[in-house]
Design a binder for this molecule. Structure first.
Ligand code: AP5
Length: 207
């Protein structure tokens, strides 16, 4: 009897420790800051699934769905698609079983209404409060990285517009997240150097 109780207590302790380790990481930063690159590093090291709203939207465009057809001209200009569309994509993704242990959101939220929606969604799903990794990068570096990559929306005039949209619509969400859980990450240097900075935030004692 005593050994059964001890085994149960051990199981409960393990479950609650696992629950404590759940994390919702937000990768926020200007275009080309390295959000997608760092999401991959974090997934590889910590096993957290990640979702990029940009990738989900590009998949819709590529699939030629009605939604995709309506998104294509907006994305080609570097403008943001509507909050309703991305909020729904994220809500659907968070409903998948693997998100119950946490998730990395790359490129979401990008507006104050999206940030407020996410607060409610996480509370409703019983997920923890967010840890914000704000990857910052000077404009000159953004332009040189994206010009070298050459994605459809990496044309110089579109890059300039994406930077403007980021300053206008996305930077204001940093005030929404000011305080505990907010971390500015210097985005210059090699991908590994940036990841080292992220690890100092995520696992200072486990490195
Ligand atoms: P999205 O796909 O999110 O594009 P973005 O934010 O402009 O970001 P990027 O993918 O260009 O850059 P990144 O920061 O991920 O950097 P990456 O690792 O790729 O969004 C695209 C569009 O979708 C938006 O314009 C909008 O229309 C729409 N959208 C998406 N989310 C939305 C939302 N929430 N609401 C409304 N609309 C939304 O790296 C970039 C390049 O640099 C790569 O070539 C990489 O290899 C290189 N690189 C990375 N790190 C380094 C490093 N340390 N040193 C040198 N090179 C590096």
């Amino acid at each position: 009897m005593r050994s059964t109780t001890l085994a149960l207590l051990g199981l409960l302790a393990a479950v609650s420790a696992a629950a404590d380790e759940r994390q919702v990481l937000l990768l926020i930063g200007p275009p080309g800051a390295g959000k997608g690159t760092q999401a991959e590093f974090i997934t590889r090291k910590y096993g957290l699934p990640s979702v990029s709203t940009g990738e989900l939207l590009r998949a819709e465009v590529k699939a030629g769905t009605e939604l995709g057809k309506s998104l294509a001209p907006i994305m080609a200009k570097g403008e943001l698609v509507s909050d309703e569309v991305v909020n729904q994509l994220v809500a659907d993704r968070l409903a998948k079983p693997d998100a119950a242990r946490g998730i990395i959101l790359d490129g979401y939220p990008r507006t104050v209404p999206q940030a407020k929606y996410l607060d409610e969604l996480l509370a409703w799903r019983g997920l923890p409060k967010v840890t914000v990794l704000h990857i910052d990068l000077p404009e000159a570096e953004i332009i040189s990285r994206l010009t070298a990559r050459g994605r459809a929306d990496d044309k110089p005039e579109v890059i300039r517009d994406r930077i403007k949209v980021y300053a206008r619509d996305t930077e204001p969400i940093l005030a929404h997240y000011a305080g505990a859980g907010y971390h500015r990450i210097e985005g210059t240097g090699t991908p590994k150097e940036v990841f080292d900075r992220i690890e100092r935030v995520l696992a200072p004692s486990r490195r």
